[in-house]
Design a protein around this ligand. Structure first.
Ligand code: CU
Length: 204
């Protein structure tokens, strides 16, 4: 099906199905030798990022952003990280909780925090993206999650205008989980859940 895009949605016609199937079987043939290699390759065990949960309605944590040298895929990379971690802690709160983050800036340039996807106040000391935390400065956030805040996964990252993407792309971001999404289904309370965060590093 050279030159044709894959259908993004809608039912597939018979010819499209057969094209997809033939493409799929070619993939199978091509992939078989690689799967044999993959079985002998030792890969690190998949782990969730560390997590911190609120206690008695409050989650307190310190996040320090600073340059660190880490190994990614066998290569040494010097980049900015929270608390020296490639995957910094997942912050787990519940609706009605307060999230207290002391942010320390130990790198060049300004930073701050945005609680992306949350329905929290844009006023200080909450989700105000105009807060400036300069080099060697720190700032105490206290973010109130309303009692009716929707459950789900969000993330935190710097939102200093002009240096947002650079900092996120350097590895400075983590997850915020507003817990309770499975509460209506007690029969699911023991299922295994995974938190995954993907970082895209600029070519350099
Ligand atoms: Cu964002």
């Amino acid at each position: 099906m050279a030159g044709q895009p894959w259908p993004l949605s809608g039912p597939l016609g018979a010819s499209e199905v057969s094209q997809c199937l033939s493409a799929f079987s070619s993939c199978l043939i091509l992939l078989l030798p690689f799967s044999a290699v993959a079985q002998t390759e030792k890969r690190p065990e998949f782990k969730d990022p560390p997590e911190v949960r609120s206690e008695n309605g409050v989650l307190s944590i310190e996040l320090t952003v600073a340059p660190h040298t880490i190994e990614i895929g066998g290569k040494k990379v010097t980049t900015y990280l929270y608390n020296g971690l490639f995957a910094p802690p997942t912050l787990r709160v519940r609706p009605g909780d307060q999230l207290r983050v002391k942010l320390r800036n130990r790198k060049e340039g300004n930073t701050n925090l945005h609680y992306h996807g949350t329905n929290t106040s844009p006023k200080e000391p909450q989700d105000n993206i105009f807060v400036r935390v300069g080099p060697n400065e720190e700032y105490q956030y206290a973010v109130d999650f309303p009692k009716d805040h929707p459950q789900g996964l969000s993330y935190y990252h710097p939102h200093w205008h002009g240096a947002t993407e650079f900092q996120i792309g350097s590895g400075v971001s983590g997850l915020v989980s507003v817990d309770g999404v499975l509460d209506p289904w007690p029969e699911l309370k023991d299922i295994v859940t995974r938190h995954i965060i993907a970082s895209r590093y600029p070519d350099r």
